[in-house]
Design a protein around this ligand. Structure first.
Ligand code: GLN
Length: 492
């Protein structure tokens, strides 16, 4: 990594303001890294000219009141944020060529805060996946390799796989991700970076391609906890265009950062000691407990008794909502249209058959099934009831603690192709991440260490509704103690 691309957002911001380097130099360094990193397939669209244009605005503003919080910072945007005039494909063939005439609220806020855009980031199709292999644009390859001398291509995780690889490979100092059931946290863990999914409703969903509307949340991924705080402050906020958006002021998370956890109680859920999880993951979890104790926290055992129902519940609710949301891709309004058929119905069917990949079709079928007359109560209503019980588990646990610590994922990054033909094994990746999504709680992954194969492992913090600050602070306490500085060795 060049000197500039290895810096954090805070360092770039401060260096730009202090005159150590120009915004144009920053944008140029990252544009070059994006070009040099094409072998990773992390980007669906590159927009070097937009990064440079924002840099010129930043350079002209330097030293004046016109400097914005993110002036001089170029970012990568996951490809399901609609970006005005720039292709937004959500990793799908059905939106190939779709250039939205509008900008999502979150990416618009980042732009208004002065950030430039390096390009759009590859992702699992419609954010359905945990390995980035369901993308119509091909899988993203992780910059990391196992230390066994082999050359197996690994997944950067998913669905925000391009986002994760871009930060880990020094192609962007920070990126947007979205998390419906783990898609910010699991990829962050797989590549040794930080990522936070805020409380449901913190970030507007307006202009983000919908997967499962009651779960989807945008959030940042970056090299460290401070950078996540900086980005989140500039992404969050009430939006009249999203009825589920929280009408609350945005806290100053960066200036609120403190790794002193005195007075905080951290809960360790006994149901998260799951059979079959490698010993290394449990050892790191114990290490995380020791780090938080060292930072002043009190550790308490808690119970989240409905944990074992979280994945099955998620895999009813998320596909149900997806099947409804994806009904709009009919070949009439957006993107692909298959012609050469006899009737309108045939056009719908042909468009959807060509446009959607196998995982998306699987979810549409599951979702349609669980919502159909005769099965609705048995599956969908039941799942909604269990979701309430899972939420209640957390509410009860938060009477005894302020934060919850767990591993982020049940394994380190796996090889491309290893799980794609076994959907259940793939779905298990999110076993620790999904409960917080169902409960709408803020949750973060921070790097904790490396496994025996030299691959990053993450620790996962869950907080009370709207208490992102405590999550970030505990993340910082871990970051300071873990001293995680490992980076993927450059081979691309
Ligand atoms: N891997 C999970 C899924 O495929 C979560 C995806 C996400 O959070 N977008 O549904």
């Amino acid at each position: 990594m060049s000197e500039l691309t290895s810096k954090t957002i805070a360092q770039l911001r401060d260096g730009f303001r202090g005159g150590d380097f120009s915004a144009r130099e920053i944008a140029g360094a990252f544009n070059a890294a994006v070009e040099a990193g094409r072998a990773l397939n992390a980007w669906t669209v590159e927009t070097p000219e937009l990064a440079l244009a924002a840099a010129d605005v930043a350079d002209a503003a330097r030293g004046s009141d016109a400097v914005q919080p993110l002036s001089g910072i170029p970012l990568g945007i996951k490809d399901l944020f609609c970006t005005e005039g720039v292709a937004s494909t959500t990793g799908s063939n059905i939106l190939r060529g779709f250039k939205p005439p509008y900008e999502s609220t979150v990416s618009g806020k980042l732009k208004a805060a002065g950030a430039g855009m390096l390009g759009k980031l590859n992702m699992d199709e419609f954010a359905m996946g945990s390995s980035n292999e369901t993308s119509a644009y091909g899988p993203v390859i992780s910059p990391w390799k196992r230390n066994d001398g082999g050359n197996v291509a690994l997944t950067p995780g998913g669905s925000s796989g391009g986002s994760a690889a871009a930060v880990a490979a020094g192609m962007a100092p920070g990126v947007t991700g979205t998390d419906t059931g783990g898609s910010i946290r699991q990829p962050a863990a797989f590549v040794g970076i930080s990522g936070i999914k805020p409380t449901y409703g913190r970030c507007s969903r307006w202009g983000i391609v919908a997967f499962a509307s009651s779960l989807d949340q945008a959030g940042p991924m970056a090299k460290d906890v401070r950078d996540c705080a900086i980005l989140l402050e500039n992404m969050a906020g009430f939006d009249v265009k999203d009825a589920t958006s929280l009408n609350l002021p945005v806290p100053q998370w960066e200036s609120g950062l403190s790794s002193n956890l005195k007075g905080k109680r951290v809960g360790i859920p006994k149901e998260y000691r799951i059979d079959g999880v490698p010993e290394e993951i449990n050892t790191l979890w114990d290490q995380g407990i020791a780090w938080l104790k060292d930072a002043g926290a009190e550790i308490v055992e808690i119970s989240l008794p409905h944990t074992k129902y979280a994945l099955p519940t998620y895999y009813i609710i998320a596909p149900a909502e997806a099947s409804s949301n994806l009904a709009r891709y009919d070949g009439v309004r957006y993107g692909l249209r298959e012609m050469g058929v006899k009737s309108l119905d045939d056009m719908y069917a042909a468009t959807r058959d060509t446009g959607f990949g196998a995982e998306v079709k699987r979810r549409i079928m599951i979702g349609t099934y669980v919502l159909s007359a005769g099965y609705y109560d048995a599956y969908f209503t039941k799942a909604q009831k269990v979701r309430t019980l899972i939420k209640r588990d957390f509410a009860q646990a938060f009477e005894a603690c302020d934060l919850i610590l767990t591993p982020t994922a049940p394994s380190a990054a796996f090889g491309l192709g290893e799980k794609i033909s076994d959907p259940l094994a793939m779905y298990l990746n999110d076993v620790f991440a999904v409960p917080a999504s169902l409960a709408g709680l803020p949750a973060m992954s921070v790097p904790g260490g490396l496994d025996a194969q030299g691959l990053p492992l993450g620790l996962h913090l869950i907080g009370r509704e709207c208490d992102e600050q405590s999550v970030l602070n505990a993340g910082l306490a871990i970051e300071e103690r873990a001293g995680f500085t490992a980076r993927a060795e450059k081979w691309w």
